[in-house]
Ligand binder design. Sequence first.
Ligand code: ZN
Length: 117
Amino acid sequence: MFIFGFFTLGILIGSFLNVAIYRIPKGESIVLPASKCQSCHSELKWYHNIPVFSWLFLRGKCGFCKSKIAAQYPIIELINGLGFAVLYYIIGLSWILLVLLAIFSIGLVLLMIKFNK
Ligand SMILES: [Zn+2]
């Protein structure tokens, strides 16, 4: 079942898209440094950083200071996961699929950066 694989891949990439959505407008690197809580600036542990699950597990709060973490994070991850699964379902495995997945993700980042302004 490739469709579940594409859903998972989309969620993992969605996690990276969140970093891009948050950091690109501030002109920061999207690779380094490690993710930090925007409130207490504690560096997140790996288990605070598992897409969708960590947010649910921590009930939308920082694992250190308990300040709220925006629902935007798991929502973006899920939208990207669903987008990947749907595009795979419609198009099937092909090079065109890879191009469309890239366009979908980049489009989502650009849309959210515009939306957050
Ligand atoms: Zn915190």
